[in-house]
Design a protein around this ligand. Structure first.
Ligand SMILES: *Cc1c(COP(=O)(O)O)cnc(C)c1O
Length: 372
């Protein structure tokens, strides 16, 4: 479809490659987490870029996400991070997706589908060590549950867990790791020796080398989105996401005029106001207070209520014309607006800004590096 609106997301695949190389530990594998359509950047292109430079597996939240990657021709191992929903097992296994398992009901559905397709199926047993979202609890039940998995005719390829606060809390994270390790020891005592143990999300991969085990599972860091606490910047990760638009209309208004819905922004002096065709339907957060954009490389405040399709920007006495580039997230000259900055203004996190960018914003891919 022809595009008439200048609002686009630009995904830097070289940044993805740089980040994967940087995060990939010397003695472990890297599973790039590409759930939520690759954190909003586009799962297929991101997955390919990550696999190009040494990621050996992919992780997704939904069976549907795994199936779309297969449809896009990606044949790397793909782990589904939750149990396969009832009814999806056969299709998921036929597509070669790797299931996670942690409940008796989940195991039964999976075992039946595995028998029906008549091929050996390796699963990843997920243990809950303190996040309390999904996973086998208590982790001390691992040997008994592993026995049931094997009795059902399945193989245990991996055992894993997930951290609740690895960006900040060393003590809690290491406590989770210790609980994971003792469950793995108990499994070994019961004769179960999985080939891959994994736990580390972005925060743990960057900060706590002892959590890297056989495989790391970063998401945010792959995209150069800050996992929290400024870690992305400190680790030398490069942001892969830029979000741009262009000025659609400019007017000079006198002091006292009020802007946008509810008239919540009053001009204290005469000012040049630029309209930009991006709004909350596009994922520009309606709750962002004091957000700024770059026009001509200069920071300008978003003025008044963010509407569904448009924002207005107070440019003071700056020279601004229709068609001028507007950077919502990204770099121009010496100025940079990060997803994290916008997230902070909106009271959310960088991941939610990225995944929240609307479906109607086209994703464009840039790369100067030849694939390896
Ligand atoms: C989302 C997710 C990850 C990646 O998390 P980041 O903090 O974005 O690196 C890893 N593992 C699981 C189970 C997840 O759900």
């Amino acid at each position: 479809m022809t595009r008439y609106r200048p609002t686009v997301v630009e995904v830097d695949l070289d940044a993805i490659r740089h980040n994967v190389r940087l995060l990939n530990p010397p003695n472990a594998e890297l599973m790039a987490i590409v759930k939520a359509d690759g954190y909003g950047l586009g799962a297929g292109p991101v997955a390919r870029a990550a696999l190009d430079v040494g990621a050996s597996r992919l992780g997704v939240a939904l069976v549907e996400e795994g199936l779309s990657l297969r449809e896009a021709g990606i044949d790397a191992p793909i782990l589904v991070l939750t149990e396969l929903p009832p009814g999806s097992e056969k299709e998921a296994l036929e597509a070669g997706l790797t299931p996670s398992v942690y409940s008796v009901a989940g195991l039964e559905g999976l075992a039946e589908a595995a028998r029906a397709i008549g091929r050996p199926v390796g699963v990843h047993l997920k243990l809950d060590t303190g996040m309390h979202r999904v996973g086998l609890w208590p982790p001390e039940d691992a040997p008994a549950f592993a026995r049931r998995i094997l009795d059902a005719g399945l193989e245990i390829e991996g055992v894993w867990t997930h951290f609740a606060d690895s960006e900040r809390d060393d003590e809690g994270t290491l406590r989770q790791l210790a609980s994971f390790r003792s469950a793995v020891e108990a499994l070994a005592g019961a004769g179960v020796h999985p080939s891959v143990l994994h736990a580390a999300n972005s925060g743990a991969t960057i900060r706590l080398p002892e959590t890297r085990l056989d495989l790391v599972r970063p998401g945010a860091a792959v995209y150069g989105l800050d996992p929290g606490e400024g870690l992305a910047h400190r680790a030398g990760l490069r942001p892969a996401l830029a979000w741009r638009s262009a000025v659609s209309m400019v007017k000079r208004l006198p002091a006292g005029e009020r802007l946008s819905y509810g008239g919540r922004y009053t001009l204290e002096r005469a000012s040049t106001i630029a309209t930009v065709p991006v709004g909350y339907d596009d994922g520009y957060p309606r709750t962002a207070v004091g957000a700024e954009v770059l026009i001509g490389g200069v920071r300008r405040p978003v003025a008044g209520t963010i509407t569904m399709d448009q924002i207005v920007v107070d440019c003071g006495d700056g020279e601004v014309a229709p068609g001028d580039e507007v950077v919502l997230i990204g770099t121009r000259g010496h100025e940079r607006i990060t997803a994290d900055e916008l997230a902070e203004r909106a009271g959310t996190i960088a991941r939610a800004i990225a995944t929240g960018i609307g479906r109607r914003v086209p994703r464009e891919y840039v790369s100067t590096e030849a694939p390896e």
